[in-house]
Design a protein around this ligand. Sequence first.
Ligand SMILES: NC(=O)c1ccc[n+]([C@@H]2O[C@H](COP(=O)([O-])OP(=O)(O)OC[C@H]3O[C@@H](n4cnc5c(N)ncnc54)[C@H](O)[C@@H]3O)[C@@H](O)[C@H]2O)c1
Length: 336
Amino acid sequence: MLRVLIIGAGFMGQTHASIYNSMDEVELVSIVDKDKEKGEKFAKEYNCLYSEDLLDNFNSETIDFVDICLPTFLHEEYIIKASEHVRYIICEKPITLSINSLENIFQVLEKNNTKLYLGQVLRFWEEYVNAKNIYETGRLGKLRYIEADRLSEPPSWSSWYKKASKSGGGLFDLHLHDIDFLVYLFGKPVTVYANGIKDENDAWNFVNTSMTFNGNVIASIHGIISMSENYPFTMKLCMVGDDASYEYEMKAGKNLENRESAVRRASVYSKNGIEEIVTYGVDAYKSELKHFVECINENRDSEIVSLKSIKNTMQVMEAIKESLEMGRIVTLGAGI
Ligand SMILES: NC(=O)c1ccc[n+]([C@@H]2O[C@H](COP(=O)([O-])OP(=O)(O)OC[C@H]3O[C@@H](n4cnc5c(N)ncnc54)[C@H](O)[C@@H]3O)[C@@H](O)[C@H]2O)c1
């Protein structure tokens, strides 16, 4: 039985807690949150201990792994603190907001011999996993064009999301998902160009990114975290090849609420007609945590979310940010 401590009793802390409580091989032992009322309520709901300070836990409890569900700007500080005490850390995305901060995290992980698993959930999302398989088996033929969209109302449950210095704005909080998935699939692009709209909190909340990958594959990625009220949370992936195209679209409730009952459709279009791709409604957050728990049990790194691939994504995010700020194409270099 693996014993987990969650830091952060908010939206994602609760999502992770209810998954752990459904897993036979994990026991949720403790929640840490600076908000006493929230932490105590969480502890009661999930039947675990509560403490305000992370360090209170390590003397009295056996903790096998820590799961960080804190606001993004605190990830670096808490990964470093936790790595002094445990061998395994799961952390929500984005890992952090700059390459310098990422490099600092990686150095500490290495020094303390700690393994990190990052919750890049699209890599576990059924229809994105299917897209990867369909592409890799060659069914699309020569790939030409990709469109990836993510459109959401602003997160309504916590005010820290509004500040770019804390959340990275829509660029890091939302757009990152699609950038990460494409970089995971194809490696780093050769060039990046992005334009967007920045708000008064320095947050890029409307972003259009164009990327060219090796082999002359082009991608158009749209990330908007300031959709008007009542616009359903929408995600779309369209991959167009010479032989066939794959398209997935999902429309859920506000801020991805009701994702179990969302409209999800995935199809392959080819000369043979239209094939609906059957999915099983598996919850991606559950698949992700199940995979990380397996890795911990086997004391291994994740091959799905490797540290190398996390670094690749962060380098591309920095290039997009540079392009947004400078208004020009950024070249990452072919074949990296
Ligand atoms: N993978 C996904 O699809 C997804 C979805 C939403 C959020 N996220 C990410 O998950 C992370 C958490 O987001 P959230 O929506 O759960 O945030 P949230 O605001 O709902 O919860 C954060 C919690 O951390 C607590 N907290 C803040 N500072 C603290 C400190 N110093 N010590 C202890 N506790 C502290 C707050 O009291 C709050 O309970 C963010 O990085 C976010 O980007 C990922």
